[in-house]
Design a protein around this ligand. Sequence first.
Ligand SMILES: Cc1cc2nc3c(=O)[nH]c(=O)nc-3n(C[C@H](O)[C@H](O)[C@H](O)COP(=O)(O)O)c2cc1C
Length: 169
Amino acid sequence: MDFFTVIENRYSVRGYRPDPVEPEKLEKVLAAAQLAPTACNFQPFQLIVIRRDGREKDLERIYSKRWFRQAPVVIGICAVPEVAWLRHDDKNYAEVDATIVMDHLILAATAQGLGTCWVGAFDVPATREILGLPDEVEPIAFTPIGYPDRERAPFKRKPVKELVRYDRW
Ligand SMILES: Cc1cc2nc3c(=O)[nH]c(=O)nc-3n(C[C@H](O)[C@H](O)[C@H](O)COP(=O)(O)O)c2cc1C
């Protein structure tokens, strides 16, 4: 699949078939995450791969929508700010890096015919407890990974001219 087909094919999949994800596809998804750029190449993130079977109750507590626990695998990304690049004004880039990594991962899943959905509205205290996160680690996002049980709805986006300015604000 060429790059533009991949980005046109990605959409938020909110319904999954129970079919397993082939291990080689999951490996490629994780390899894409590894290849993502991070500030100064510090790679201040950890991915947590949650295999659904037997974890349904945990997944429900993390994010209660039914489709979140339909896919066979859910991946969470955590930022580790203490090992991230600090800009000269002390802006910590861990969250930026983690977001780029997640996008790589999601597009690699799409390129292999898998569905995903960014989830930012998860329960942070439940996530911390269930995944055993140390205080210094920040959960950023999750996505289920599995085969979609539905087609995408039409894209709804602002026109490019409303999103772009040239040369200055
Ligand atoms: C950072 C981020 C967080 C999101 N969190 C959620 C979420 O918690 N639940 C959800 O159903 N969708 C979530 N989404 C999906 C967006 O609603 C979706 O990407 C947007 O409506 C555009 O639709 P599309 O992904 O199908 O193109 C999130 C997307 C992003 C980028």
